[in-house]
Design a protein around this ligand. Sequence first.
Ligand code: BGC
Length: 693
Amino acid sequence: MNFQQAAARYAANPSRETLAEVTGQLLQALTAREKIRLLSGRALGTTVMNLFLYRRKYNATPYAAGGCKRLGIPPLLFTDGPRGVVMGRSTCFPVSMLRGASFDDGLEARVGAAIAEEAIAGGANYFAGVCINLLRHPAWGRAQESYGEDSYLLGRMGAALTKAVQAHGMIACPKHFACNSIEDLRFIVDVQANARTLREVYLPHFKKCIDAGALSIMGAYNRLNGAYCCENYELLTRVLREEMGFGGAVISDFVLAIYDAARALPAGCDVEMPYTWRYLALPRLLRKGKITMEQIDTAAGRVLGMLLRSTPKIKPQKKDVIRSGEHVALAREAAQKGMVLLKNDGILPITEQSPCIAVLGRYADKKNWGDYGSSNVFSPYCVTPYQGIKAGFAQGKVVCYNGCEPEKALRIAQNSDYLVVCVGSDHRQEGEFMSTLGGDQRRKPKNVGGDRASLRLPPEDIALVRALCKTGKKVIVYIMGGSAYVMEDLLEAGPHAILMGFYAGLEGGNALADILSGRVNPGGRLPFTIARREEDYPPFLRVEDEAREIEYGYYHGYALLDKQGKRARFPFGFGLSYTEFAYEDLHAQAVDEGIYASLTVRNTGSCAGATVAQFYVGSAGAGDDRPVKQLRGFKRVQLGAGESAEVRELLPWEDLRFYDPETKQWGLDAAYVVYAGADAEEAMNRRQAVRAG
Ligand code: BGC
């Protein structure tokens, strides 16, 4: 039997049994060498080509692994994300953190479909861009690649992306499994997390992607409870496969994730990426009896199963889908929907016919679409704030100063009424950290990304805003960055408006202008907590710390603030609009599948707009080892002025369970409290108790 015949048999009867049967037949037809080859990255040549022929563009063509010509088994053709497709000149979408802020999984599904089309057109069949590590601390350099601090939000968005990508026949790969959220020490750090914290906080979003059909998973670089993730039997076999029901193939993160093939393969890491380095030892280990043929068959069988379930569904794409008009428009729509208005003293939107606007600051006219790590997408252009505002206010007078010297800015802005100050971070202060390989990364060179050194905005940015605020003109701060900033000094400087723009993709400047002008009413909501003080976040581990081990406790983000009775500066789920909303009539009742909750949302203002109805659930009377509440449902709703809608969400029991490490069982509490409203703090104004079961 060859691959095509096996795929046809499976397509005719896509059951588990047929899959097992045809996979078994293919395994029989393969030699031991061919099976081992299915587990082996073979991208050495591609890397050389990418570096030299494609002028150093990372992943310009897919990284291949596995495959067998004799039996027609296709290789894995890997491309990265999640900001878009890393290959070629694809559409640079806004980063996942901005997409998380849209709280719109329907939108994420459309982004996923567009990404899949571009990836297929670029020759890939494997998309490793479902990045769902939980943002435990805002210093994490790769925060921008993920959707926020909340497991439920991560799960909903990751599942939407997974499904959409796989509907096109691509393999979707959620990553990095697990607890990968410290960048500078990513190759070394040993994360300690107990059984309950793992299962309730750090893994449920992976489970949601698995339930959505994810065919692959990438093991992380870091250690978890003492063992490297890609060599961690407890993680990859006991938890991922036996408990979470994952049936696909695990690949390693690149190069420095596997140290010992004799541990990795039996642990459940099926494919070494992107080169065969440690897995070169597999034939020898087999001969010496350190690994078994059965283990090789199991891993090869998983790779075959993944390919059989995806390859026949591939929808071929023409090259012109890459950065098509439709995809570019979608990137702009996503950017519009995710930007979060944090403050507005009545100056936005700018409605004058011909306003005088000065666009100032370090990022006023600079391409700034996120980090330069493996998720960089190489679109041929990026609309800067200045370009977008100039085009969006064509009848106004728009000037620009791309810098942060207050005197120059004041001079340039002297005839302007509105000052848009573009501040924040770029690929130098945060992002994937790629330049020191392994070892102790004390010699971290400057300007390479990695974890953010400070949670504050740079002092030069604050000084500029302060100087501009003194002019009495209308000051709007536009923040670029991948996660939360502690903003006390910015707020003290006194700008009239603050808009969190994240890294908004190739159309970011246009989306910014759409919001400033009121053509689009902002509806993004914070996917993380903006705390008042650095100490309000859990501890983080840095290169200069002696320790290489860190405890990931149960509490972070809004759950930690709730626990400590503290308030955020801007809570999780918060965002302003140009209109007002009222939230009324919360009803919650237990049904067979979970708690059925409804809430009426009314647009009480004078223009159309979107808000996100949020449902949180806490357990009632279960003692103090439970969080006060956790997000368990949300819906983004668009309403015209005066309109209202009833939002209904089923909050499944499965999401409300707690894990008992003693009995290793999941259980339900006797009673719950449902909170609903505009954000994690506002929702506390409405509550209803529900008895379980
Ligand atoms: C990153 C992964 C990425 C891989 C391939 C690694 O350094 O951690 O997220 O998919 O490189 O580019």
